[in-house]
Design a protein around this ligand. Structure first.
Ligand code: NAD
Length: 277
């Protein structure tokens, strides 16, 4: 069943399943059960972070699943307070240890925290980690154009992805366009608007759902996929995990995609990257 999820090729030649499962706000104690459910549903790409406090639970579910490591795609992230050189190496070792893995597929700088001015130094540390093979690919999260420009000017490796808040109400066109020009794939976090916007009641979404006989959540996930973005909606509930995975049996028309793209309203639900320090 998992092979229905398309793989995208990143700028370093590695591939990533375009649809995954995110575990932000998943309680550590519940994580193993929830990730085990997601793996059973068919997800093979899991997005976690050190700050979520649930890497050990993710690792336990991966270990118990019996799924071959080569079929899994695991992302984790360097938290802001660990930016630097040795602190980033140490944080990475701790994450790998908690996950119980020999390598992660993708390691990200979680936020630029520009006032601390350590993201360039941190990126050089990630370049070194990548050289060891313990992170197959490296990328960033919540980076705006000026932050990316500095990395491209001052370091050697172009990030494979930029993971940013992106949903119909906040499409971040400036940074997404820059990333496409530079060959940096976009990962949409909060793809359903974290449930904070009434996206599902919008006629553009509700009408498309009715026309295809699917749910509004499936329409929004499909919109992300058709735009070429990588997406990993989160749900603790198995029936919703299943629903969010069943998005390959229909296709939105160009007009439906355009109508959903018209829902842009600068509707940020998370922090602004310049303000989180
Ligand atoms: P999301 O947009 O995926 O929203 C999740 C919420 O949507 C759920 O809690 C649930 O209430 C609702 N939902 C899910 N499926 C549904 C369905 N089928 N029908 C109705 N409601 C449904 O938000 P998210 O979890 O914040 O984002 C996804 C992932 O992105 C996270 O789990 C995490 O891995 C990542 N993320 C990264 C950052 C970052 O700074 N890099 C920040 C936030 C999230």
């Amino acid at each position: 069943m998992t092979n229905i999820v398309p793989n995208l090729t990143l700028n370093d030649g590695h591939t990533i399943p375009q649809l995954g499962f995110g575990v932000f706000m998943v309680e550590p104690a519940e994580t193993t059960r929830i990730v085990a459910d997601a793996l059973e549903v068919g997800y093979r790409h899991i997005d976690t972070a050190a700050i979520y406090g649930n890497e050990a639970g993710v690792g336990a579910a991966l270990g118990a699943s019996g799924i071959d490591r080569s079929e899994l795609f695991i992302t984790t992230k360097l938290w802001n307070t660990r930016q630097g050189t040795q602190s980033a190496f140490d944080a990475f070792d701790e994450s790998l240890d908690k996950l119980g893995l020999d390598y992660v597929d993708l390691y990200l700088i979680h936020w630029p925290t520009p006032k601390n001015d350590r993201y360039v130094e941190s990126w050089k540390a990630l370049e070194k980690i990548r050289e060891t093979g313990r992170a197959r690919s490296i990328g960033v999260s919540n980076f705006l154009v000026p932050h990316l420009e500095r990395l491209l000017d001052e370091t050697d490796v172009v990030p494979v992805v930029n993971q940013i808040e992106l949903h119909p109400a906040l499409q971040q066109r400036e940074v997404t366009e820059y990333c496409r020009e530079q060959g940096i794939a976009i990962e949409s976090w909060g793809p359903l608007g974290q449930g904070k916007y009434p996206l599902f009641d919008e006629p553009a979404v509700a009408n498309a759902a009715a026309e295809h006989g699917v749910t509004p959540a499936q329409v929004v996930i499909r919109w992300h996929l058709q735009l070429g973005n990588i997406v990993f909606p989160k749900s603790n509930r198995r029936e919703r995990m299943q629903e969010n995975f069943e998005v390959f049996g229909f296709e939105l028309s160009e007009a439906q995609v355009a109508a959903i793209s018209d829902l842009e309203r600068d509707g940020r639900v998370g922090s602004h990257p310049n303000e989180l320090n």
